[in-house]
Design a protein around this ligand. Structure first.
Ligand SMILES: NC(=O)c1ccc[n+]([C@@H]2O[C@H](COP(=O)([O-])OP(=O)(O)OC[C@H]3O[C@@H](n4cnc5c(N)ncnc54)[C@H](OP(=O)(O)O)[C@@H]3O)[C@@H](O)[C@H]2O)c1
Length: 329
């Protein structure tokens, strides 16, 4: 069936300025790390993409190695995009990344100019795009000089294959250095993509200040702690959940008693607000300093609808903040 996007799609979503830049991102963005690969249900993923856009989610986040198998999330996204979104290219922000292992040998990992440029060319082919809006270095490379990695990002912008560039998982210090190197080249470091949620607050230990100081935006990945900060595991481990499906990055042992107890207590606060736990987790992230967008994952359209409803109650009272802090500290 042809896709006709909802006419009221821009009415509910909030769009936040990404650091000191001209770009606005939706308060909620959708990532394709899980549930978009070759092993997943194509029609379910396609329905999620349509649902998200209908709700004003204009930003879709990919990486070269999302799948499994590696590359298949970009391939699937490309197929969906061609079918449903080919006339909507200028209404969306698409990102991809390179930095983790992608192909065998010394040129398919980390942060060399050779890897980043070849990888983005591959990503563009898989997605059937001429350019991405944001291209990230996916993780720091302890061996490649930072000047080379940032030089690759500069080359990518100048070649027109990405409009903006960002980094992910960089420490405060490295982010500052990366920002300075790019500035000298006349390029802005637009955005940082760190993990950030009620259970993982590492960015508050210096990175937040660096981002504010440099005017860099922040898109928080795994704001639901991969599903632990939702109702998914409060009673049991469902077979169709990330843990139940025995995926690589979230295992049963990550669901500790401590986390589960905290999630259950946070769920009580969510209930008092008439929110789901997932909605509370998103509300919390969006209330933190420097956060431009919460980058969620989803396994169904219903989950995306649930998350977007969190924008209906975007404020936390002082009492609620104190109650949350007493649980997560
Ligand atoms: N830069 C990096 O290094 C990096 C690393 C990781 C992720 N990311 C990016 O961040 C994106 C999001 O990561 P993530 O998937 O870990 O994010 P997340 O939002 O923390 O977790 C997503 C999972 O939470 C569950 N969920 C979502 N909405 C729900 C709802 N309303 N009710 C109940 N459960 C709900 C689903 O679990 P079930 O599948 O169990 O239903 C979903 O798969 C990725 O797709 C990727 O784009 C980047």
């Amino acid at each position: 069936m042809n896709y006709n996007p909802a006419e009221n799609r821009y009415e509910k979503m909030k769009y936040n300025r990404c650091g000191k830049s001209g770009l606005k991102l939706p308060a909620i963005s959708l990532g394709m790390w899980h549930n978009w690969g070759g092993i997943d249900n194509f029609e379910n993923a396609r329905a999620m993409l349509r649902t998200a856009f209908d709700l004003g989610i204009t930003h879709f986040d990919l990486a070269n190695n999302y799948g499994p198998p590696y590359g298949s999330a970009e391939e699937n996204f490309g197929r969906m995009f061609k079918k449903d979104f080919s006339k909507l290219r200028d209404e969306v922000i698409i990102s991809s990344k390179a930095g983790w292992d992608m192909w065998p040998g010394p040129y398919g990992d980390f942060g060399s100019r050779k890897y980043l440029i070849a990888s983005l060319d591959q990503s563009l082919k898989r997605m059937g795009l001429e350019y991405v809006d944001i291209f990230y270095h996916h993780r720091p490379d302890p061996e490649t000089p930072l000047e080379e990695t940032m030089g690759a990002l500069e080359q990518i912008v100048r070649s027109g294959k990405a409009i903006y560039v960002g980094v992910s998982q960089y420490s405060a210090d490295l982010t500052y250095k990366a920002s300075q190197i790019l500035k000298e080249k006349g390029i802005k470091l637009l955005i940082h993509q760190p993990r950030y949620n009620m259970f993982d607050r590492w960015i508050e230990d210096g990175l937040t200040e660096t981002l504010e100081h440099e005017g860099i935006g922040c898109i928080a990945f795994s704001p639901l702690a991969q599903g632990i900060l939702t109702n998914r595991y409060l009673d049991s481990i469902p077979n169709d959940s990330r843990i139940g499906k025995n995926t690589m990055y979230l295992k049963k042992e990550h669901l500790t008693d401590d986390k589960l107890n905290k999630a259950r207590k946070l769920n009580e606060i969510a209930k008092q607000r008439n929110q789901s736990l997932a909605q509370l987790a998103i509300t919390w992230v969006l209330n933190q300093k420097v956060v431009t967008s919460a980058l969620i994952g989803a396994s169904s359209s219903a989950q995306i609808i649930d998350i977007v409803k969190s924008l209906d109650q975007s404020k936390l009272s002082e009492e609620e903040i104190n109650a949350i802090n007493s649980i997560i500290r």
